[in-house]
Ligand binder design. Structure first.
Ligand code: C5P
Length: 224
């Protein structure tokens, strides 16, 4: 028996890091355990949503009862997101690598005495911005994340406008907070209605409160 305010809604969630290969054995990546994205997928599922969970190589296992799509790179994540649309809402919790190595080596780069490899980079597609700015088929609610280490609210407010998403969930990931890889989070929800500072709580509780807000928004007639 499935019941809850999100029954009949399809929600896309991205989670985890992306890995951008340098050669067959090396990669660059962002730090991301996937804990917050996984908790959000669980909370949305528990309110009855049908969840498509697009995840990079995360530390925590993906939840039961959602459609799991595993990817490695940002480009794969973008393709998986586009294939999973349409959705009523989309939550972009993944820590996508901003850059990939321009020319991935097909064979392992050898260590040679006296020479160092040099890498050049290419910008990855911005999945959140792409979906936020879709002219047709855009999810009614697009939620981005902003991991910042300073001026959290100012940077996240600018990011919301630049990307074109509806909400930004901003958090301070400077090492002293212990948030990255930890079980707690302290977030600020930024929307067109303003800035809402949430107290520090578990990532599961952040996820539950966010899922309830998403349910409220999707059930409001014609609210965007
Ligand atoms: O620009 P920045 O990476 O700080 O933005 C963070 C937000 O954008 C997150 O929601 C993240 O999932 C999303 N993002 C994305 N594709 C990228 C980079 C970030 O979807 N290439």
């Amino acid at each position: 028996l499935i019941e809850g305010p999100l029954v009949g809604k399809h929600i896309l969630v991205t989670s985890g890091p992306t890995h951008e290969p340098i050669d067959p054995v090396r990669y660059i990546a962002n730090r991301s355990s996937g804990a917050q994205g996984t908790a959000i997928a669980v909370a949305l599922r528990d309110l009855g949503a049908q969840v498509s969970f697009v995840t990079g190589p995360a530390d925590v296992p993906p939840p039961q009862g959602v459609t799991v799509i595993r990817v490695e790179t940002a480009r794969e994540m973008k393709a998986a997101v586009e294939a999973a649309l349409p959705a009523d809402a989309a939550v972009f919790a993944a820590a996508v690598a901003d850059w990939r190595v321009s020319s991935e080596s097909g064979s392992k780069i050898k260590k040679e005495k006296g020479t160092l490899p040099s890498l050049s980079f290419t910008e990855n597609p911005d999945i959140l911005a792409t979906v936020s700015q879709m002219s047709t088929g855009r999810p009614r609610l697009v939620v981005g994340f902003a991991a910042e280490t300073d001026n959290v609210v100012a940077h996240a407010t600018a990011k919301r406008l630049r990307k074109g998403c509806d909400w930004i969930v901003a958090n301070d990931v400077s090492p002293a907070t212990g948030i990255m890889g930890g079980t707690e989070n302290a977030v600020v929800l930024i929307s067109d209605a303003g800035t809402d500072v949430w107290p520090r709580m578990s990532k599961a509780e952040v996820a539950r409160q966010l899922a309830h807000k998403i349910a409220d928004r999707l059930s409001a007639a014609f609210a965007v």
